[in-house]
Write a protein that binds this ligand. Structure first.
Ligand code: 1GP
Length: 242
């Protein structure tokens, strides 16, 4: 059960958006992911036109990397994934994303309880308004308000959430600053995932060094699939450094 050790050690996840990945492109990126030792495939997006189920099935047919559902909304719920991130958008004050959707989803998810990983999802404003802010109708925490991010993460951990996800938003101008990751790492003990706007090997190294357990890559790998190999090399160095 991947939930038991997700993400137990420094790990890399490739985020696939069903609208952007299919056919030959999917085959190619999955070959690179398998070859480089990518730990997880995340599937999801703020708004998707294509089927999540179809993408999960294609990924599972083509590789053995565990698939983790990263649902952007209730329409993206699927029981086909190996694990499901049960996200609470704790940086926002939209009640539907704090509890409302969870109530609606709970009968559907009841039989998948062993796959659920409860996550405190925190949006950090990194340069421009992102789709996730618009769709969620919430405001990101400004990136110069480290203390607000830390207090939010602490509250999430105290509420029993099992992971904190620091999100700059897909295609963010810059990733979540290393100083924020470090400050959160010093104040919570649950694993920290970091994603959004990560495009270079240096940014991946900086996120691991600052205390990220899981680094999530999306657009950066679509544009430059070689980034995945560099990311896994950085992950290996980060594991050795521990
Ligand atoms: C996952 O939203 C991110 O947390 C993915 O962002 O597409 O910018 O890598 P990118």
């Amino acid at each position: 059960m991947i939930k038991d050790d997700f993400p137990g050690k420094k790990s890399i996840a490739l985020l696939l958006d069903p609208d952007k990945t299919s056919g030959k492109d999917l085959k190619r990126i999955l070959q690179i992911a398998s070859g480089s030792g990518t730990d997880y495939i995340l599937v999801g997006g703020s708004l998707t036109f294509s089927s999540i189920d179809t993408l999960i099935e294609s990924v599972k047919n083509q590789c053995r990397i565990p698939v983790v559902l990263f649902p952007g909304n209730l329409l993206q719920l699927s029981l086909k994934a190996d694990a499901i991130l049960l996200l609470s958008l704790i940086s926002g004050r939209n009640p539907e994303l704090l509890i409302g959707n969870h109530v609606i989803a709970s009968p559907f998810l009841r039989d998948a309880r062993e796959k659920l990983i409860s996550v405190g999802y925190i949006l950090v404003g990194c340069g421009k308004k992102t789709s996730v802010e618009y769709i969620s109708q919430t405001e990101a925490i400004p990136s110069d308000k480290t203390e607000l991010v830390v207090a939010t993460a602490m509250a999430g951990e105290m509420l029993g959430l099992k992971m904190i996800y620091l999100e700059a938003g897909s295609g963010a101008f810059h990733p979540v600053p290393a100083g924020i990751i470090t400050a959160v790492r010093e104040n919570v003990s649950v694993p920290i995932a970091v994603g959004g706007g990560i495009k270079t090997r240096g940014e991946i190294a900086a996120a691991f060094k600052a205390g990220a357990n899981l680094v999530i890559l999306g657009n950066g790998c679509e544009k430059n699939p070689g980034l995945l190999e560099e990311a896994c090399a950085e992950r290996d160095s980060a594991r050795q450094a521990i």
